[in-house]
Structure formats: C-alpha cells, structure tokens
Write a protein of this length. Structure first.
Length: 751
C-alpha cells in the first residue's frame, strides 16, 4: 500500500510538471513573416500579430473584454478567377490568443463554423452579434462557445453582391449599432431587439469620431462622412436631407503605390499613369478614425483608409469648422504604409485596446468580385499567378515608437466603479466598451457616481459617455440635461439637446424657456445646429416660440445644414410652421420656406424618403446578371466563359459580346446555330444554342442584366440596352429554330 501511494504521488507530480511545461509552449510554431516589402512612415513600427495557419481570409475583427482578437474569415470569397466557391460553408469566426505573451498569436479556436461568407461581428450585450447573409444573429457566449442564438434580422443582407451587402456592426456613443451599406440601425432594449431606419452609408467599413459622427467610403472616394450626428436630419419621413449627410470629405483621391498596379479598369485612359501606377483610389474601404491614444497627439482623430488594390494604407488629417468636416491627405508623394507585396490586401482597420491600430489583411491575390471583374483584369491576374494566392490571412499592428503600448484593462472582471473611471481613458476603444459594460451591468449603485462625472468633468469626453451610460441604464433625468446644455462643454450641450427630445413630458417649462434663451445668447454654431433639432420637437407645446427662434438661428447661419435640421425636426407641423412664418416680422429665409413647402407637398402625396419604406438594398444589374449567367450559361460556356470543346465557343473578347447589344439580345432570346466565328476561329456544333424567350421565369430586365454582366466580364463594359429594348426584340424572330450568323448580319451590323 505504501509503495502504491508513493508511486501515485510521483506520477501526479510528474503530470503536473508535464502540464506546466506544455502550457509554456505554443500550440503551433509561430510563423516568421517578413515585412521587408513594407514601408511605413518614420516613427512607427509595423508588426505581424497573426497569420496563417491561425486564420484565413479575414475581413473584420473585434476585441473581447479580455483584449483577445476575434476574426471573421470569409474563406469562400473568390478562391478562383470565376468565384464558384462562394456558396461553400467554409467561413468561420475564430478566437485568437497569445498564450506565451510575446505579442504574436500562437493559438486559435473556432467559435462558429460552417458559415457562408460571414462579414461582420460585434461584442455587445454580453454576447456576439454577427452577420451571415441574409441574417443578422446574436449569440450568447459560454466559455468561448456559442450558447443561445437569436435571429435579430432575417433581412439584414438579402440582396446585393458580397461587396455591396451590409457590414460593419459598430456600436456608437448613442448606444445604437450602425452599419456600412445599410439604412438600418439596431439596438437591444430590455431584451428586445429594435430596428429603425437611418441614413444609407458607405460600402465596406464604418468608423466614428469622439463626438459620434460617422465615417465611411466608396471604392472611388477615400472618405465620406456625416456633418451631423446620426438621424438628426431624417426625423421627417417626407424629407430627404442632402446638406449634412453623405458628404465627400476627401477631394483628393490620389494614391502613391510602390509598384505597377493591376486594377479592373486599367485599360481606361487616366486610370494608370505612364509607369502603370494607379492614379486615384479604386477600392477604398475599411476607414478608421484613430482614437487609440498611443500615437503622437497630431494623429488623434486622423482618418486612415485602406486601398487594397495598391497595397497601401492612407492617412488623412481631419479638420472641423463649426458643423463642417474636411479631410486632407497627410502626404503628397507617399503613403502612411505601402508595400510591394501584392498579396497585402488591407480591407479593414480597427482601434485596439492597447492603443495600436490593427490592420485586417485578407492576403488574397484576387479581391475583385466576379460580378464586376473585367476580362482585362482576369487575364492579368492569371498571368501574374495571383489567383494562386489563397489560404492566407494576416492581422498587422501599427504602433508609435515614441511611447509604449497602453496597458489593456481586464474589462471582463472590472467592477462598476472601475468602469466609470475608464470613461476618461485616453483610448477611445476602452471608453466605448466601458460605457457599454456599465449599461449591461445596470448597477443602480453607480448612478450618483455617473452624475458626478457629468457635473464635474468640465470639457472632458467622459461626461458624454456618462450621459449615454445613464441613458442606456434608464436613469437619465431631464433636469440634468437642461443644466448641462447651459453649463457643459459644447459637445456635451449638443448631445444633451438631442437627448432632451425624449423627455418632453418630464420637462420643467420655466427651466426649458431659460435654457432656450441661454442658447440664443451663446450663439455657438454647433449648439445652434442641435438647438434647431431640439426646438422642432417642441413645436406642439411652444408653437409661438419655436418658429421665431428657429428662424432667427437658421437665418443667422444661412446654411442648408441648419435648414435641413429644421425641416427634419418639425415633422408633422409643416403647415403650421408655414402659417407662423407668414406672421413673424423678422423676414422669411427663402430656402427654409422652400424646403418646408416641398416637404408638405410630399406629405400630402404620401411620398416618403425611400429609407422609411424600403426593406433591403436591391442587387445591382451586374450581380443579377452574374447569378443568371451561372444558372443558364456556364454549363455550355464554362465558369470563366472559356467555352467547351464541341459544345460552345468562348465568350472572352467574342464579337458577339463586344459587338451590338441588340444582336446579343436576339441571340439570348431566340438562340444561335452554327457554324459561328469567334476571334477568327470557325466553330462547328451539332446542336444549337437555345433561346430563353419562352422561359417565363426570366424577364426582360433579367436579360438586360445578363447582357450588362457579359459585356463587363468578357467585352467592353458598355450598357446599350434596357428591358424595354429587350421587349421590343422579342418579335424579331429567326426563320427557323435559331438565328444563323448570316441572318444576324442582315438584321444588325456591328457598331
């Protein structure tokens, strides 16, 4: 017995030693990735945080409360030049970990798998919000494994191309979750998910500044943004604002690549310079307003933008003038980060919990979707072998050399008091997450502490976070808001005015009038803008006060952004507003009267701004055309239009694709029989191509969309026929069965 006991103790000790030894080792050998092909501006270091085999084709990341990276991996995207892999359920959401503490990922584990083209995630409400078209899901997290799952929106991304579907999922300071390429925002309140319209924004990626204004972009425009806080200008369903949302902030779209560029429209005049370098950005995406607090002060709230087609990350300097924002390129002959590595495909940027900027590098040879890819690009990608650059993925980190990285707080274990203190943290990521955790914990013992922060913070951003924390917890009071409109910082006053619209029934009338008078005395352009938005919401109770004050403020600034705020705010009271305008003797601002009159006309005709009616963003014609091509054409012509011997000729540079679109429509409608000539080669076929005129499931618009796709993918990208044109050609039929070349030539000459 004694002998057995000793042996057991020895074995147990030995096992503990082995476990300890193993725990000090990495799960895999950490890959060594060279960055010799990368150039970053002086004063910064670029590091590889994660790479294959720990991840593949990442398109977005988020950090959990422990600072770990969660990745969205769109592995099915364009694995080949024709993109047949998109329906494969091979996408994953993974958790990356650095177990040995050296700053490089050495372990990954899958949280969710078998996903088809997942595109976005966000850690919110103690769980994970994620998008897998067409759905938006929320799933609880239990020991790093998925728990109960709730369908938030079954129409999140039902239509559109993979590059043009909603994405982003960013929680803003107002406790709403915003998206790119979407006109809806989301919020969970008391366990119930809410969805409501917002401005349609961007294409891929979304960011925000400290105030909460939103920034996004399109492929050909570096940075687009809103001058106003979200939804300020869209309260009126019958008014479409134009002055304060969707504004181009970067007039200069110049890029400075390190090498000759492969881009989709490289054959067009002016796209490339004499050295085959791209002139202006064509794939801008993943913008970031840097709020990390680790970079030098002059980088605070700079706008960084990905340009994956030229393997660069750009830097722009934001400037604020009253309610207006502009952005200027930081450099006029180089980029913040550029590489000669053609696999470097930065597609998204994020502020990290340590203050660094994180770059999501999809690391793919092909980043142009098949619906839009021209034959020009397809051929050159194949020549360069870039279609073979798959199965890879990176996360890079940019940090300043001047200061160490910030200590990452363990928010998972943070108590309410600590979270309140973190509202003043230098890192915007930490402030944002602390605010949301306070709301999630909903500790009523911390309410007085939050009020203290608001009253004593002076001009600090922590006061704005504290206000929205109280609002999210349901403990915000109207008297506090009124007090801070007159005593708080400009930004705090603006936010309090917006929030006051929700507390109309609790307001002290005398205090409210005093606040309005104080606003007029301040004459601040920012406060005035949000005062107009607030005043309009009080039209019913202060009819004789609102119109004169709104008119005075708007006329003083005489800018459309103020008039738009007024029209938005007086929703439902346009007629009364116009009647009161006629009675005041301070002069009617013509622009304001015109906008209100037009909106009243829309209301009477029940003509709403489309974001209040349309449930989803429709597909574009090339995306629809690609889908039809894959279902009706590829069996004979091949996935890449290369043709199949003894069955169908190639489509690439075919005279039938590049020539008259009416002739192409006739072939699609009524068919074609051989022999046919393509690029000087005669093709003989035993069978003939059938027409689709009698297919009742394919409309005239479908055929027009198919022609648009074929022209873009294999021809000259010209749009020369619409649904009506297709309809008119249905009656032009061949003599027998299908058209011959001779018949088509007699009917329609080449353009």
């Amino acid at each position: 017995m004694l002998s057995f006991s000793v042996s057991k103790k020895y074995i147990f000790t030995f096992l503990l030693f082995v476990i300890a030894l193993v725990s000090c080792q990495t799960d895999y050998e950490e890959p060594e990735i060279s960055l010799d092909a990368y150039q970053i501006v002086d004063g910064f270091d670029l590091e590889v945080v994660a790479s294959e085999p720990f991840l593949e084709a990442p398109v977005a990341i988020d950090f959990d409360n422990r600072g770990r990276i969660w990745t969205v991996e769109m592995r099915g995207y364009m694995q080949t030049l024709t993109g047949e892999s998109e329906d494969m359920p091979n996408g994953v959401i993974s958790i990356l970990e650095d177990k040995d503490g050296d700053g490089v990922i050495d372990h990954s584990k899958v949280f969710l798998d078998n996903l088809v083209l997942p595109r976005a995630i966000a850690h919110v409400y103690g769980g994970l919000l994620y998008a897998e078209p067409p759905n938006l899901w929320f799933v609880e997290i239990e020991n790093d494994k998925p728990g109960k799952k709730v369908l938030v929106d079954s129409l999140y991304a039902t239509e559109g191309n993979v590059e043009h579907q909603p994405n982003g999922l960013m929680m803003n300071i107002d406790n709403w979750i915003y998206n790119s390429r979407s006109h809806f925002r989301y919020q969970r309140k008391n366990g119930v998910w809410k969805k409501e319209p917002t401005t349609l924004r961007g294409q891929w990626g979304i960011s925000k500044d400290n105030f909460g204004r939103l920034y996004y972009n399109t492929n050909s425009t570096q940075l687009v943004g809103d001058y106003v806080f979200p939804n300020v200008h869209i309260q009126n369903e019958y008014f479409q604002p134009r002055a304060g949302v969707g504004k181009v902030l970067t007039r200069n779209q110049r890029v400075y690549p390190l090498h000759a560029t492969l881009v989709n429209r490289g054959y067009q005049k002016g796209v490339l310079d004499a050295d085959s370098m791209l002139v202006n950005v064509t794939s801008a995406c993943g913008p970031l307003i840097y709020r990390g607090g680790q970079f030098p002060a002059e980088y605070d709230q700079n706008a960084f933008v990905c340009a994956p087609e030229v393997n660069i990350v750009k830097r722009n300097i934001l400037s604020f003038d009253g309610p207006f924002t502009t952005a200027e390129q930081a450099y006029d002959d180089h980029e913040f980060l550029a590489a000669t590595d053609e696999g470097f495909r930065p597609v998204n940027l994020f502020n990290g919990p340590d203050g660094a900027m994180y770059i999501v590098d999809m690391h793919r040879g092909i980043i142009q979707h098949g619906a839009y890819m021209t034959s020009y690009l397809r051929e050159r990608l194949a020549e360069r072998g870039l279609d073979k650059v798959i199965g890879m993925g990176r996360v890079l980190k940019v940090k300043s050399q001047d200061t160490p990285l910030l200590e990452v707080p363990d928010l998972e274990a943070a108590a309410s008091e600590e979270l309140v203190n973190l509202l003043s943290h230098q890192n915007g990521w930490v402030r944002d997450r602390a605010q949301q955790l306070l709301i999630h914990l909903s500790d009523d013992q911390i309410v007085d502490r939050l009020k203290e922060v608001i009253l004593n913070s002076g001009s600090g951003i922590e006061a704005v976070h504290a206000v929205y924390a109280l609002h999210g917890m349901g403990w915000l009071e109207s008297n506090l808001l009124i007090e801070m409109v007159t005593k708080g910082s400009r930004d705090l006053a603006a936010h309090c005015l917006l929030l006051l619209r929700e507390y109309k029934e609790y307001l002290d009338g005398n205090a409210e009038v005093e606040m309005m008078n104080a606003i007029q005395d301040q004459s601040d352009p920012i406060i005035d803008l949000y005062a107009i938005a607030y005043l309009g919401s009080r039209s019913q109770d202060y009819e004789n006060y609102v119109v004169p004050m709104t008119t005075v403020i708007a006329k003083k600034h005489d800018k459309d952004i103020y008039y738009d705020a007024a029209v938005s705010a007086i929703a439902g009271y346009e007629e009364d507003f116009l009647d009161d305008q006629r009675t005041i003797d301070i002069g009617q601002p013509e622009k304001l009267v015109d906008k209100v009159t037009a909106t009243l006309k829309n209301r009477r005709a029940d003509k709403k701004y489309w974001i209040h009616q349309q449930a989803t963003i429709p597909s574009d014609d090339r995306t629809k055309g690609l889908k039809l091509f894959r279902t009706t054409c590829t069996a004979c012509h091949g996935q890449g239009g290369e043709g199949i011997d003894q069955l169908a000729p190639p489509l690439q540079d075919s005279e039938y694709i590049k020539g008259s679109k009416k002739r192409l429509a006739l072939i699609l409608l009524h068919g074609l029989k051989g022999p046919v000539h393509v690029n000087g080669t005669r093709y003989e076929f035993n069978a003939h191509m059938p027409g689709i005129a009698d297919n009742t499931t394919i409309s005239d618009q479908d055929i027009a969309d198919l022609i648009t796709y074929l022209s873009n993918a294999f021809g000259n990208s010209r749009r020369e026929i619409n649904a009506q044109g297709v309809k008119e050609l249905r009656s032009v039929k061949p003599k027998e069965g299908a058209f011959t070349e001779e018949e088509l030539k007699a009917l329609i000459d080449d353009d």
